[in-house]
Design a protein around this ligand. Structure first.
Ligand code: PGA
Length: 254
C-alpha cells in the first residue's frame, strides 16, 4: 500500500434485529472486555446493536476502545417520522458510525440510491461516519452486471462532498449475506478495486485512496484472514458472526 494512504482496518458488527437487553449488554461487555485486555488493537472495532440497545450498550462500551454505531438513520434532523431515528439521536446515544443503504433496507424499505445518499449526508452533518453499503444480487451477477450495478450504487449513494475521514463504503454482495456463501477472493478484489476507481473519479484520488472499503457477506473466523489480506479490503462488515463475542473477536484480530 502507498504509505501516504494508511487505512486502519475497521471491523463492524451488524447485529441486525437481534438481541434483548441482557444478552445484548453481555455481548457488548464481552467484546469490550477482550478489546480492553488486548495489548494493542490492529483494527478499529464497532458494534451496531438494534436501536433499543444503544444506550445500555454505550454504557457497556464505556472506557473501551470499541465504538458504537447505528444500523440506519433518517435523512431529516427531526419531525413527523414515526418509527424512525435521526442521525443526531444516534450521536446523542454515543454513536460514531451509522450503516446506511444496507441491502436489507434497500429491499425491505424500498430505499433508493437517492435516499441512501440523503441519509449519508444527514449522518455526516451530525458528525457520524456513514458506512454506505452497496452490492449486487445473484441475478445481477449472473447477468454479468455486478460491477456496473455496484458502480451505479456508489455514484448514486455516496455523498458528493465526502472525504476519507467521514466515509466508509461496504461491498456486500446480496447473495452472500447470511447465506454462508462468500464471494471468492478474486471477485472481492475485483469489486473493491473497481469501487476505489469509481470513488476516485467521483471524489478525487486523495479521498478514494484514504477511504476504507469493507467487505461483508458471511465473514467468519475461518475466512476473515484471507479476505482481509486483499489489497483493497480495509475491513469487514460482519452480521451473523458478530453475535458471538469469540467469533467477532477472532475476526477483529485476524
Ligand atoms: P452476514 O451479514 O455476515 O450474516 O452475512 C453481513 C451483513 O449483512 O452486514
Amino acid at each position: 500500500m502507498d504509505p501516504r494512504y494508511v487505512r486502519r482496518r475497521l471491523i463492524v458488527g451488524n447485529w441486525k434485529m437481534n438481541g434483548l437487553r441482557e444478552p445484548g449488554v453481555e455481548l457488548a461487555a464481552a467484546v469490550a472486555g477482550r478489546a480492553g485486555a488486548a495489548a494493542e488493537l490492529t483494527a478499529d472495532l464497532v458494534v451496531c446493536p438494534p436501536a433499543h440497545l444503544l444506550f445500555p450498550v454505550a454504557e457497556a462500551l464505556r472506557d473501551s476502545p470499541v465504538a458504537l454505531g447505528g444500523q440506519d438513520c433518517h435523512m431529516a434532523r427531526s419531525g413527523a417520522h414515526t418509527g424512525d431515528i435521526s442521525a443526531e439521536m444516534l450521536r446523542d446515544a454515543g454513536c460514531a458510525y451509522v450503516i446506511v443503504g444496507h441491502s436489507e433496507r434497500r429491499a425491505d424499505h424500498a430505499e433508493s440510491d437517492e435516499t441512501v445518499r440523503a441519509k449519508a449526508v444527514a449522518a455526516q452533518d451530525a458528525g457520524l461516519i456513514p458506512i454506505v453499503c452497496v452490492g449486487e444480487t445473484a441475478a445481477q451477477r449472473a447477468a454479468g452486471e455486478a460491477l456496473a450495478v455496484v458502480a451505479g450504487q456508489i455514484e448514486g449513494s455516496v455523498p458528493t462532498r465526502a472525504v476519507a475521514a467521514n466515509l466508509v463504503v461496504a461491498y456486500e454482495p446480496v447473495w452472500a449475506i447470511g447465506t454462508g456463501l462468500t464471494a471468492t477472493p478474486d471477485d472481492v478484489a475485483t469489486a473493491h478495486a473497481h469501487i476505489r476507481d469509481v470513488l476516485g473519479r467521483m471524489l478525487g484520488q486523495e479521498t478514494a485512496m484514504g477511504t476504507r472499503i469493507l467487505y461483508g457477506g458471511s465473514v467468519k473466523p475461518s475466512n476473515a484472514a484471507d479476505l482481509l489480506a486483499l489489497a483493497d479490503v480495509d475491513g469487514a462488515l460482519v452480521g451473523g458472526a458478530s453475535l458471538k463475542a469469540d467469533d467477532f473477536w477472532a475476526i477483529g484480530v485476524s
